[in-house]
Design a protein around this ligand. Sequence first.
Ligand code: FAD
Length: 420
Amino acid sequence: MRLTRRTVMAAGAGAAGLLAAPAVFGQGRPHVVVIGGGAGGASVARGLALASAGAIEVTLVEANPRYTTCFFSNLYLGGLRPIESLQFSYDGLTAAGVTVIHDLATGIDRGARTVALAGGAVLGYDRLVLAPGIDFVEGAVPGWTLDQADVMPHAYKAGPQTDLLRRMVEAMPEGGLFVMVAPPNPYRCPPAPYERACMIAHLLTQTNPTAKIMILDPKDRYSKQTLFENGWLKHYGGMIEWVNPEFGGADVEVRPETMEVLIEGEAQPVDVCNVIPAQKAGRIAEIAGVTDDSGWAPIRPDSLRSAIDPMVWVLGDAAQAAEMPKSAVAAHSQAGVVVASLLGELTGASVPPPLFVNTCWSALAPGDSIKLGGAYAPGYDRITQTGSFISRPDETEDERRLTYEEAFAWYDTLTAEIFG
Ligand SMILES: Cc1cc2nc3c(=O)[nH]c(=O)nc-3n(C[C@H](O)[C@H](O)[C@H](O)COP(=O)(O)OP(=O)(O)OC[C@H]3O[C@@H](n4cnc5c(N)ncnc54)[C@H](O)[C@@H]3O)c2cc1C
């Protein structure tokens, strides 16, 4: 049964704001519900509302009243940005004509095309967009569950966790040990753990110069590795140690109760432990039944339409975008493709060929940043990389400073494009 105006109204007061326009395709404006107001979802919601100029009703469901960007959250850890500068309200989306509902989506009935919210409301949709970001794979790091995140924070969803990690680093004893448990591929922002090590080293260099940072890594190689290792040596001497699987990086267990990490069974006392577990699509994608055994949502590479349900689009970190990394730039770029695809579907507008891009900047130290990027195109059954660039190891200090400044300009431009 499709929702009628009456059943939506009966579902709860929270849905009342939606009733200005009918939610049933063919009886009025088509209704697109977007779940997740981050880099991907907020970009789609705002972009679709503006581009359709009122022809499509757009509702955004986002759990939090303010969004804290993961991108640049490492710079907060390093003391280079205040946390408030990373926080955004949804006023710009409301001004663009999006109905913003702050609630948690808890259920999706793809047959009835409805979304249930924790507050009790039920929303009908004609097309659904899922951009819920990531969740963590349970049991990925033995000894760690989400309940222990206040003792061993992940700080991989920005906000209170990021703040907690920063306070823990500041409170480390002199000469103490910071351990990071790095995630296996694929995960959000491949260079982020290694940029985080730089930023924490930068903070410690000023406050606790004899402290050490150890990265326990289940991977043999990681993004921008040579550039990071050169930067660690140049700026932080021997403060950062990277432990690969050969030396126990993949055989790790944590004991939050005693603040220990077991590496190949050998207990190592730690002062701060940053556990970044293996990741999967945000839980609501799984609840919707649009993920597969990989934990991510398979999509059609030309449109980000779900490979499982043609009424659903999935973008950002939750999508299986193959060779495209999980980043805010990638999510925003995918949003442009989703908006065009929805406009084509719902208004008959012509759909331009998809264009996907990504750039990831990483700060090694104040005034010294590196970058990596690529262009992507839809292949037969997956998004494939068509070009790439990366900073050179022999760049001058001036070139690095330019990249550093470019990253700050990028941040301002991207967040303005997402949030208005
Ligand atoms: C430390 C770190 C540094 C990073 N640095 C960079 C960088 O420099 N450059 C870059 O491009 N990327 C960077 N990233 C990656 C970037 O933050 C993510 O790739 C990007 O945010 C993904 O966008 P998204 O829309 O898929 O998910 P998110 O931005 O995480 O948004 C998901 C939203 O969905 C909401 N949500 C989830 N489930 C529900 C539900 N059931 N109901 C309602 N709301 C829900 C969440 O509250 C959240 O606001 C970094 C990430 C980290 C962790």
